[in-house]
Design a protein around this ligand. Structure first.
Ligand code: ZN
Length: 409
């Protein structure tokens, strides 16, 4: 068995584990150093560090402390890695921890996090998903089960000082354009809940005050939430500091493109088996700015889809110019309205789009004034026929299964 170089204890606070951190900062000490060609196992807590429980009450989603996320395992150094190299990461396998065979999906309250459809679903809600080997189903979601497309939502190398400064300055400038917005335009550094791994004392305090939040994807990868970065993929990450400093977390059992529910995919604690190597000077050799990757040879075999179109005309009929964000929102809303005809609540339909291996595509961005985006709903995840027919939708769902909801305080 490969060595487990980072272990987690799900009963303990992630703040007590010095092989975990929750900010990006160049000088976080490496928790282990491996050689190019080594493979090893890394355990991860769920992205919230255990704030969400396996129960039927969504108040934990409503009250979550989002300044604490994401809890990442690392950073791991690779011998000989230098700025400008590419770190090659093979994701050999990912799995659940034996005492944690479940995951969660939720929508944040509009007042605390929001989400892609927060105007339509402003209150906190959650669904709990049981994981049986490679399959999942939920007691809050009748009529649906599927195989996992398991992946890390978040993985990347430590930024250089220069890159960190650039992130903080450009994101600070964006927030300054509308500082009182709810939810905010970006998540700026917040030192109070920072966990800087093995850093201690004043150094940890200073680093926490300017360490970048882990919320957005950036040049180094980070929180990309790409469902296809699944076990079996090979990723090429730019290196910015000596040793590289690879960190990862936010494991997802499954997710639809866009992670539209934001809290999030099917979020889980687990382990990831990876192998690392280096391409010296690879950033320059291949003209790399953001990571590139090769997907897995193995994916769930869903080949049949019902595809919903959306255009850049908003819910009030307002015309927008080639706006793919609005177009994708319309495609998702169209899918939700359709699924409601089969007896699902809006919240159940929204959760299906956030958790199941739905595909999102930018289909057209040149036909003025409307962008066209599509949401691909796999038909085989349903235990009944969801195709349109002359008899109309079969309402086989009783409607007595509810998605736990927590009203705003
Ligand atoms: Zn996630």
């Amino acid at each position: 068995m490969p060595e487990t170089i980072i272990e987690v204890d799900l009963k303990a606070s992630p703040y007590d584990n010095e092989k975990i951190h929750n900010r990006w900062y160049p000088d976080i000490p490496m928790v282990a150093t491996v050689k190019p060609g080594d493979d090893f196992i890394v355990e991860c807590v769920d992205w919230t560090g255990g704030q969400i429980m396996d129960n039927d009450d969504a108040s934990d989603v409503r009250d979550v402390d989002l300044t604490k996320v994401h809890f990442l395992s690392g950073p791991i150094g690779v011998e000989g890695a230098e700025p400008g190299d590419l770190m090659v990461v093979d994701i050999l396998d990912i799995g659940t921890l034996q005492d944690s065979l479940w995951g969660f999906n939720g929508f944040f309250s509009k007042q605390n996090g929001g989400g892609f459809l927060t105007k339509h679903f402003p209150e906190a809600q959650k669904t709990i998903w049981d994981i049986s080997g490679m399959f999942t189903h939920s007691r809050h979601m009748p009529g649906v089960s599927f195989a996992g497309l398991i992946h890390p939502g978040l993985i990347g190398c430590l930024p250089s000082r220069e890159l960190l400064d650039e992130w903080n300055s450009r994101e600070g400038a964006l927030v300054a354009t509308d500082p009182d917005r709810v939810p905010p335009l970006a998540a700026l550094p917040s030192g109070e809940t920072a966990h800087m791994g093995q850093m201690t004392g004043d150094a940890a305090k200073a680093a926490g005050a300017e360490g970048a939040r882990t919320v957005p994807p950036r040049e180094h990868g980070g929180n990309c939430d790409i469902k296809d970065l699944s076990r079996g993929s090979r990723v090429f990450f730019p290196v910015y500091v000596p040793g590289g400093g690879l960190s990862m977390g936010d494991l997802h059992f499954s997710q639809g493109d866009g992670e539209i529910t934001f809290c999030g995919a099917i979020e889980m604690a687990g382990w990831i088996h990876i192998k690392v190597s280096l391409i010296k000077d690879g950033v320059r050799k291949y003209g790399i700015k953001n990571p590139i990757f090769k997907p897995s040879p193995i994916t769930p075999n869903y080949k049949d889809y019902l595809i919903f179109e959306g255009i850049s005309v908003d819910e009030a009929g307002g015309q927008h110019y080639l706006d793919v964000h609005i177009a994708y929102r319309q495609a998702c809303l169209n899918a939700i309205e359709y699924l409601k005809k089969f007896g699902y609540s809006g919240a159940q339909a929204y959760s299906i789009l956030g958790t199941a291996p739905c595909q999102g595509h930018i289909s057209g961005v040149v036909d003025i004034p409307n962008a066209c985006a599509t949401l691909w709903l796999p038909t085989e995840i349903f235990e009944f026929d969801i195709m349109p027919g002359s008899d109309g939708p079969t309402k086989f769902l009783s409607g007595d299964v509810q998605v736990p909801l927590a009203p705003d305080l």
